[in-house]
Ligand binder design. Structure first.
Ligand code: NAD
Length: 481
């Protein structure tokens, strides 16, 4: 059975499909045609979703963890079983090539499966003749999960999997640019999860702030831009909600002179341009040692010319359009700024004529360090390449940003690169690769790239409150005479 994109998409509230108070159109960024109308959740419907999550919480939090593990495996199974339909729908609303849509959906399934195996630890802090004390981790309550449009499924599962395993219930909100696949998954999970455990709502610009200020939501887990993250934190502060914030980045790649230029060029290309550069941990500025700068630049350009940009639904497309008009405008603005300042494009730099939000692969040759394209998060297929000749200088430039999400070092000398990693102020550092994430490794940003972690035990514990229980032991009865 294939999905008819003109079908009715519904909210999932309390295990039931609910039509929105109104609808809003979701566009295909490859052709600007309407993919489908999405339900627009009203304030009253959000209240109902939160109430459903609260009502489901006591039973879900009391469900044995073995059953909650099975629920995560069931979600993984539903994603895998519906992969073909979900892939087509995701490409239609997000723009990414089919192969990458498979990665997003199956990455979500893999995340659920891997997180299902984690244990929630209890620590005995004291066990003496007088008392026993233990610290355990109890669920927080209702989690409001807010996801962005670049990887709608895996980034939602980064939140759903640990929140459910820890015993919380959720209200999940996808981005208004990419709500359809998430809504469809909500529909597929009705009856798989107990009613009210996972509610899914989509809507316009008011819905996120309603969630972050909602008195019935106990924690917000947010992935999106740093600018929005600040608003989320301020709003959540009014009721001291717990927050996990996964925000923007401006990851540097440092390419040392001992690399095999031809071999790394392709990997470096994809580090920067995969998903049309719309990845929080994409390489957004590349520092290349002066001794290999020209050959590496030329190898990147040569490889880029072999890559096909096009509609993600077309066979052979490797890079799709920018997801939405707003982001398209922002990337074009950065290109226009670079051109106005006279920076040299060795590739691209011309906006494609519509329809569709296509930006050609663009590489800028050694722009100044203080240029906007180096200092700002472009989140698009435009890469500045810069020269360096001194390691202290390049580390200083790498760290001279309010972002601190990721960075990569490329070198034949792994040990030296490993030592350099400790000088970089970012939550993840890769050596001879970029962008890899394991569900068993903590992932998060330093500085203004975020607060808290996702993945691993660290990420799981973000969905818990620590609770310590002390038991005063009875004094032993006096020995009988
Ligand atoms: P965004 O901040 O515009 O939106 C993210 C989500 O927040 C969307 O669901 C949106 O509807 C919602 N939202 C918007 N305003 C809100 C408000 N005031 N209160 C509550 N919710 C609100 O981000 P985006 O454009 O969708 O995503 C791109 C950004 O996300 C980039 O900066 C990227 O680096 C970042 N990102 C970070 C990670 C990470 O894990 N660190 C992963 C992916 C993307």
């Amino acid at each position: 059975m294939s999905i008819a994109f003109d079908k009715d998409f519904t909210l999932t509230i309390g295990g039931k499909g609910v039509a929105g108070a109104s609808t809003f159109p979701v566009l295909n960024p490859a052709n600007e045609q309407v993919v489908a109308e999405a339900p627009d959740c009203s304030r009253a419907q959000l209240d109902t979703a939160v109430a459903a999550a609260r009502a489901a919480f006591p039973a879900w939090s009391a469900t044995p963890i073995a059953e909650r593990r099975k629920a995560l495996l069931a979600i993984a199974g539903v994603l895998a079983a519906n992969l073909e339909d979900l892939k087509r729908l995701l490409t239609a609303e997000q723009g990414k090539p089919h192969a990458d849509a498979v990665g997003d959906v199956m990455g979500g399934a893999y995340w659920c499966q891997a997180i299902s195996g984690l244990d929630i630890p209890t620590t005995v802090v004291e066990d003496t003749a007088e008392r026993r004390g233990e610290t355990r981790h109890v669920p927080i309550g209702v989690v409001g999960a807010i996801a962005p449009w670049n990887f709608p499924i895996i980034l939602a599962m980064f939140k759903v999997a640990p929140a459910l395993l820890a015993g919380n219930t959720l209200v999940l909100k996808p981005s208004p640019f990419t709500p359809l696949t998430t809504l469809k998954i909500g529909e597929l999970l009705r009856g798989v999860l107990p009613d009210g455990v996972l509610n899914i709502v989509s809507g316009g610009d008011d819905l996120g702030p309603w969630m972050t200020s909602h008195p019935g939501i106990d924690k917000i887990s947010f992935t999106g831009s740093t600018a929005t993250g600040r608003k989320v934190m301020a709003s959540a502060a009014t009721s001291l909600k717990r927050v996990t914030l996964e925000l923007g980045g401006n990851d540097a790649a440092i390419v040392m002179p001992d690399v095999d230029v031809e071999q790394v060029a392709e990997q470096l290309f994809w580090a920067a341009f995969r998903n049309t550069g719309q990845i929080c941990i994409a390489t957004k500025r590349m520092y290349v040692h002066k001794d290999i700068y020209e050959p590496l630049r030329d190898a990147l350009v040569a490889y880029a010319k072999t890559v096909k940009v096009g509609d993600g639904a077309e066979q052979g497309s490797q890079i799709g359009p920018i997801n939405n008009k707003q982001q398209y405008g922002r990337v074009l603005e950065l290109i226009a700024d670079a051109k106005a300042k006279g920076y040299k494009f060795v590739l691209g730099g011309e906006a494609s004529p519509g329809p569709g939000y296509f930006v050609p692969i663009s590489i800028i040759d050694n722009p100044p360090e203080d240029s906007r394209i180096v200092q700002e998060e472009q989140f698009g297929p435009v890469l500045p390449l810069m020269k360096f000749d001194n390691i202290d200088d390049v580390i200083a430039r790498t760290n001279a940003t309010d972002y601190g999400l990721g960075a990569s070092i490329w070198s034949a000398d792994e040990d030296k690169a490993f030592d350099l990693a400790s000088r970089i102020a970012s939550g993840t550092v890769w050596i001879n690769e970029a962008g890899y994430l394991s569900p068993l490794g903590a992932f998060g940003g330093m500085k203004q790239s975020g607060l808290g972690s996702e993945g691993a035990l660290e990420g799981l514990l973000e969905y818990t409150n620590a609770q310590t229980v002390y038991v005063k032991k009875k004094a032993p009865a006096p020995a009988a005479e």
